[in-house]
Design a protein around this ligand. Structure first.
Ligand SMILES: *[C@@H]1O[C@H](CO)[C@@H](O)[C@H](O)[C@H]1NC(C)=O
Ligand SMILES: *[C@@H]1O[C@H](CO)[C@@H](O)[C@H](O)[C@H]1NC(C)=O
Ligand SMILES: *[C@@H]1O[C@H](CO)[C@@H](O)[C@H](O)[C@H]1NC(C)=O
Ligand SMILES: *[C@@H]1O[C@H](CO)[C@@H](O)[C@H](O)[C@H]1NC(C)=O
Ligand SMILES: *[C@@H]1O[C@H](CO)[C@@H](O)[C@H](O)[C@H]1NC(C)=O
Ligand SMILES: *[C@@H]1O[C@H](CO)[C@@H](O)[C@H](O)[C@H]1NC(C)=O
Ligand SMILES: *[C@@H]1O[C@H](CO)[C@@H](O)[C@H](O)[C@H]1NC(C)=O
Length: 355
C-alpha cells in the first residue's frame, strides 16, 4: 500500500483520491489474494475490473482477516499506525454531558499543528458495540475488539477490576499488532495531539520503544528515575519488542491488583531492557506532557495527557480548557511572549481524587 506523503494545505484532494483507489483495493482483495494486492496499490483497480462480474468467486472465498484489513487501511506506507482504544463511556454522550472524550480527542487533531492528516492513520479499537457504531458514524478507521464475557462499555473507575481487565485486553491486542509487523503509536484518547509527534520522536531505527513519562528525570535513558506512562508510546515491531509485550502480557494472571502500567514498570526495574537488548527512550514532558507535569514551553509541546486524574468528566473538562489555552496561544501567536503563557490549572482533575 502506498499512500502519498501528505503535508501542508494540499492533502485533501490526493487523500480522497487515494482513499477511492484504496476502496477498490479492499473490494477486490476479498476476491483474490489480499496480500499481493496490498503490496502494490496500482494493481488493485485492474484486479477489480477483472473480477467484478464474478460473483461466484466472490462468495466462495473465505473472509479476509478483519484486523489485517483494519491495520492495512490505517497504515502509513512504512507499516506504522496510530492506535487508540475506545469504549462507550468515551465515545457516547451521557444525558448531562456536553461532549465526549472521543470528540475532544478529535478536536485536538483539528486544532493541532500538522495533525489533521494523521487522522488518516488513526485506528480506533472499540471494545463495545456502541463505541464501534459511533466510530463508524464518524467515518473513522475502526476495529471491533471482542473479548469473551466482559462488558467494557461503562466508565471504569481507576483501578476497578474491569479497568484492569480492559488494560490487559488491550495489551494482548497490541502484542498481536506487533506480531503482524506493524509499528505503532499507542495513544489514550485523553491525550491532546497539539503537534505532530513524529517530529519529536526519534526516527533512529535502533530505538525500540519511546514512552511518555508522568515525570521526566532529565535523562532519557534512565530506567530508574523516569515514571513511565503507558498512555502514549511509540513502539517498533521487531523480535525484541514482541518479546517485551509477550513477557508483559504473561504476567497478567500473576499481577492481581496491579494495573498493566505498573507491571511494565516492574519489568523495567527488573532489568528486562538489558535482558532483551532493548533500547528504550523515556520521553521528555517538555514535548510529551500531562497534568502530572505540564510542558514548560507551549512552543515545544506536542501532546498533553490528562494523567493524574480519576474520572472521565474531570478529564473532559480540563482537556477542553487545554484546547482553549492552546487556541489562545495560537491566536495571539505569542511565540515571543511565552513568558506570559501559563496553562490553566487542572481543577477538575485535582478535585477528582476527593471522594
Ligand atoms: C457479466 O457477465 C455477464 C454474463 O456472463 C455479461 O453479460 C456481462 O457483460 C458481464 N458484465 C461485465 C461488467 O463484465
Ligand atoms: C469465476 O470464478 C470461478 C471460480 O473461481 C472461475 O473458475 C472462473 O473462471 C471465473 N470466471 C471468470 C469469468 O473470471
Ligand atoms: C513512518 O513514516 C513516518 C512519516 O514519514 C515517520 O515519521 C515514522 O518514523 C516512520 N516509521 C517508521 C517505523 O519508520
Ligand atoms: C542510531 O543510534 C545508534 C545507537 O545510539 C547510533 O550508533 C547511530 O548512529 C544512530 N543512527 C542515526 C541515524 O542517528
Ligand atoms: C526474529 O528472529 C528470527 C530468528 O531468531 C528471525 O528469523 C526473524 O527474521 C526475526 N524477525 C524479526 C522481525 O526480526
Ligand atoms: C508470581 O509472583 C510470585 C511473587 O511475586 C513469584 O514468586 C512467582 O514466581 C510468580 N510466578 C510466575 C509464573 O511468574
Ligand atoms: C519576535 O522575535 C523576533 C526575533 O527574536 C522578532 O524579529 C519579531 O519581531 C518578534 N515578534 C514579535 C511579535 O514581537
Amino acid at each position: 500500500m502506498d499512500f502519498p506523503k501528505v503535508s501542508g494545505g494540499n492533502y485533501v484532494i490526493p487523500s480522497l483520491f487515494f482513499a477511492g483507489v484504496f476502496a477498490l483495493c479492499i473490494w477486490s482483495s476479498s476476491v483474490s489474494n489480499p496480500f499481493i494486492l496490498l503490496s502494490n496499490g496500482r494493481h488493485c483497480s485492474n484486479t477489480k475490473l477483472q473480477n467484478q462480474n464474478n460473483t461466484s468467486n466472490f462468495d466462495s472465498v473465505a473472509p479476509r482477516d478483519e484486523l489485517e484489513l483494519a491495520l492495512a487501511r490505517a497504515s502509513m506506507a512504512n507499516k506504522t499506525v496510530i492506535i487508540a482504544v475506545i469504549n462507550k463511556a468515551y465515545a457516547s454522550q451521557e444525558p448531562e454531558a456536553v461532549t465526549t472524550m472521543l470528540d475532544v480527542f478529535l478536536d485536538s487533531f483539528w486544532l493541532g499543528e500538522g495533525t489533521q492528516s494523521l487522522v488518516n492513520h488513526l485506528l480506533f479499537v472499540a471494545v463495545d458495540q456502541t463505541a464501534y457504531d459511533r466510530c463508524r458514524f464518524l467515518r473513522l478507521h475502526c476495529y471491533r475488539l471482542v473479548t469473551d464475557g466482559v462488558d467494557f462499555g461503562g466508565e471504569k473507575l481507576y483501578m476497578s477490576e474491569d479497568f484492569i481487565k480492559m488494560m490487559w485486553s488491550r495489551t494482548e491486542f497490541l502484542l498481536e499488532v506487533l506480531r503482524r509487523g506493524y509499528n505503532f503509536i499507542f495513544t489514550d484518547t485523553d491525550v491532546m495531539w497539539l503537534r505532530n509527534p513524529f517530529k519529536k520522536l526519534s526516527s533512529n531505527k535502533t530505538e525500540d520503544l519511546q514512552i511518555s513519562t508522568d515525570g521526566f528525570s532529565g535523562n532519557p535513558w534512565s530506567e530508574e528515575n523516569n515514571f513511565i506512562n503507558t498512555g502514549f508510546y511509540y513502539v517498533r515491531s521487531n523480535n525484541k519488542t514482541i518479546s517485551l509485550f509477550q513477557n508483559w502480557y504473561d504476567l497478567k494472571d500473576n499481577s492481581t491488583g496491579k494495573k498493566e502500567q505498573d507491571v511494565l514498570l516492574e519489568l523495567i526495574h527488573g532489568g528486562i531492557i538489558a535482558k532483551l537488548g532493548l533500547k528504550v527512550r523515556f520521553l521528555d514532558t517538555l514535548f510529551f506532557s500531562g497534568f502530572c507535569q505540564d510542558s514548560r514551553d507551549p512552543r515545544e509541546v506536542t501532546t498533553v495527557h490528562a494523567n493524574c486524574c480519576r474520572s472521565i468528566a474531570a478529564k473532559v473538562g480540563d482537556l477542553r480548557t487545554v484546547l482553549y489555552d492552546w487556541k489562545m496561544f495560537r491566536k495571539t501567536n505569542s511565540y515571543n511572549a511565552t513568558a506570559g503563557f501559563k496553562w490553566s490549572p487542572h481543577l477538575g482533575c485535582a478535585n477528582s481524587w476527593k471522594r
